[in-house]
Design a protein around this ligand. Sequence first.
Ligand SMILES: [Zn+2]
Length: 207
Amino acid sequence: MSDRSSELTNSPTHQIATSRHRGWIEVITGSMFSGKSEELIRRLRRAQIARQRVQIFKPLIDNRFSERHIVSHSEMRIESENVRNSDELVQHVHDDTEVVGIDEGQFFDANLPAACNTLASQGKRVIVAGLDQDYLGRPFEPMPQLLAIAEYITKTLAICVVCGDPANHTQRLVASSDRVLVGASGLYEARCRHCFDPHLAGEPEKR
Ligand SMILES: [Zn+2]
C-alpha cells in the first residue's frame, strides 16, 4: 500500500499537497421503491456530463429489465457492465476511470467493502447503491460493512403503501424463505416500521 496513512496530519500544507487524492466511498441505501437506483443514475449522469470517466457495474445475478443497463423503477437507465463478483469488478476498472458506480451492492460477496476501499485508495470516487435490509428486516451483507467504511451515506426512504408514513422496510408479499427473490414486480411493497410484517412471507430461512 502507499505511505499515505503515515502522513496523516491536519496541517493546511498537507491538505494542499493531497488535494489530488480524490478517492472516497458514497453509499445510497434503503428499502425497495425508495429511489436508490434513480439517485445512483442521477449522480453518475452528473459525472458523465462533466466528462469524467465513469464505469458502472452490477452483479450478474440481476438480469431483470435489461442486460447491459441499470434501470430504475421509473425507467431511468444507464449503461453498465455485468460482473460475477467483487474481484472481477476491480479487475474490470480501468486505470484512468474516475468514477465507479455499483448497483445492487447487497448481491455482491463479502469482499465488496475491500474492493471499494482499493478503488477509493486509487483516487476513484466509488458510489454504491443497495438494499440495507432483507425481507425479514435483517441487515443485508455486505451493505452494513460498507456503510461502516463509507465517507458519505444517503439513506433513502419509500412511502408506506398501507399508511403513507416514511417506509424503511421491504415487505415480501408471497410465501418464500429464499433470501433472494429477484425482480418481478408485485412480489414486494414498501412499508413503515408499524405496517411491516416479516411473518407474512413465511418462516425465516435457516442460516
Ligand atoms: Zn405504514
